[in-house]
Design a protein around this ligand. Structure first.
Ligand code: NAD
Length: 480
């Protein structure tokens, strides 16, 4: 039996969410601000325990869906999710407060000004396949912290996980009918969300190609969107790289290129290595590869490709590559959708692996001589010009700054990869084709609330009872 939501129920789901939000706003106890805070904290705590208590089932489902290992699920999805919810619980009492501000302009003498953060209403969260729990439920927590109702649209590519998450969410919030509704399905069901009653905010995580479709649909109804997309995130190995730490450097790169079988939005997508350190670097890449993947097979605790389509895409790239050397141990297995981590050594800019985000366990390595030519090559192609992340392995501050200044990216890690996403004190977002709109920590709260300025102006601020500012105007009025 299909787990897809019938198309003709989707409008009703949105209506239920809109109704729930409106009824909730009606019921707000204006004499007790603390009540709303407590209500939102209760929801966050429910979500926290729902994830924690069902962790084993989630781990099993992700294994069944694409052979994701326990360690990868626990560290990459569950711990991040739980600690993000705890961060919201800890900080919400502060963030929820209206912020009083002051203007020195005489016009606002004695006025009261405050900035409120109000919920959007119903937020629609569309999740991706690669981290189907974290990247669906983390935005859910943020939206609930912001006081919204939520339509959740998980990825259809991880059916076991999606069915389990749906049932966990329905059970957790069964006493709040309309607070969270899960819509399951693929493109058709997702598009249907835009054909029904208005949702008030869309938070989409996924590919740039689908991001464009979502933004187009949302723009028809002027729905604000946050787009968390992907892209080709480069790694720079510059001449001043710390050669004594080369082995550690290679492991730090493989962590993101081959973790989750390369299906990570900020994976180190390709390496640009300066010719002066190239031979040493390649030797080290092979050495560490052999250490890590000596006996790799489809049975190893190593994530598989999420779908046949994703598998075929990588196999096609491998068939067409012009790499001088294709380096890997283990063999692909079509039935299991398994592809072993693969180094594509010495590719050029025209290679099949340089056309779009690889999003698989392949790692092209290019040799460069001139940094400017290299940067020109990245920037000249729209698909490469604004990556989600850039990684720079260098000890030369000016060189690092030069690369940063020329290559605009969503985030940057120096001498490491990926870990900037875990920071609880900084925003996370793409730029240009890798998306827009930040979240994480306070930026998450901001993402799911509208910043409303409220001015309360006393009558004695206008001694002429507002005559001067009103039309019609005259020379006398403008002679001031
Ligand atoms: P995807 O774009 O194929 O799917 C994402 C969501 O969009 C799914 O829920 C899917 O059902 C829906 N969808 C797919 N096609 C659609 C269509 N034609 N019309 C309407 N909806 C549609 O992405 P994916 O394969 O699940 O995830 C991989 C992509 O997501 C990669 O590009 C990766 O870089 C990106 N990503 C970005 C982040 C980030 O935080 N920036 C995180 C994870 C993944």
């Amino acid at each position: 039996m299909s787990f897809y939501t019938p198309l003709d129920s989707i409008s009703r789901y949105i209506e239920t969410c809109n109704k729930y939000h409106n009824e909730h706003q009606k019921r707000l106890n204006l004499n007790n601000e603390n009540e709303e805070l407590q209500y939102r904290l209760t929801l966050l705590k429910k979500l926290y325990f729902a994830v924690k208590d069902n962790m084993e089932e989630i781990i099993l489902c992700l294994y069944q869906d694409f052979h994701k290992s326990r360690q990868e699920v626990v560290s990459g999805e569950i711990i991040s999710l739980l600690s993000n919810i705890l961060d919201l619980i800890k900080n919400l009492p502060q963030w929820i407060k209206n912020r009083k501000v002051h203007s020195d302009l005489p016009l606002f003498h004695n006025s009261q000004v405050e900035i409120q953060r109000i919920p959007y209403g119903t937020c629609c969260i569309i999740g991706p396949s690669n981290f189907p729990v974290l990247l669906l439920l983390d935005p859910l927590a943020c939206a609930l912290a912001g006081g919204n109702s939520v339509i959740l649209k998980p990825s259809e590519l991880t059916p076991k996980t999606t069915v389990t998450i749906t049932s966990i969410i329905e059970k957790t919030f069964q006493d709040y009918d309309g607070l969270v509704k899960v819509i399951n399905g693929g493109p058709l069901e997702t598009m249907e969300i835009f054909n029904g009653p208005l949702v008030n905010k869309v938070f989409y995580t996924g590919s740039p190609a689908v991001g464009k479709i979502i933004m187009k649909m949302a723009s028809e109804q002027l729905i604000p969107v946050t787009l968390e997309l992907g892209g080709k995130s480069p790694v720079f190995i510059t001449p001043s790289v710390n050669l004594e730490k080369l082995e550690d450097i290679v492991r730090r790169i493989y962590f993101s290129s081959f973790g989750n079988a390369g299906q990570i939005c900020m994976a180190a997508d390709y390496i640009l290595c300066h010719k002066d350190v190239y031979i040493k670097f390649i030797a080290c890449c092979k050495k560490i590869y052999n250490e890590m993947f000596l006996n790799i097979t489809y049975k190893t605790e190593y994530t598989h490709m999420i779908s046949e389509r994703a598998y075929d895409k990588i196999i096609k790239i491998l068939k067409r590559t012009n790499a001088k050397e294709i380096y890997h141990l283990g063999e692909s297995n079509q039935v299991e959708l398994f592809i072993p981590p693969t180094l594509l050594i010495d590719v050029n800019w025209e290679d099949s692996s340089m056309e779009m985000e690889n999003f698989g366990p392949i790692l092209p390595i290019l040799q460069y001589e001139n940094l400017d030519d290299c940067l020109d090559n990245i920037i000249s192609k729209p698909r490469r010009s604004h990556p989600l992340a850039e990684y720079i392995f260098s000890q030369d501050k000016l060189e690092i700054q030069y690369i940063q200044n020329r290559l605009k990216s969503g985030g940057c890690c120096i001498n490491d990869t990926l870990l900037h996403v875990l920071l609880d004190c900084a925003p996370f977002s793409g730029i240009g084709s890798s998306g827009f709109g930040s979240y994480h920590s306070e930026w998450s709260y901001n993402c799911f609330t509208h910043e409303r300025t409220v001015l309360n102006r006393p009558f004695d601020a206008d001694p002429d009872n507002s005559r001067f500012r009103c039309p019609p105007y005259s020379k006398e009025k403008s002679d001031f």
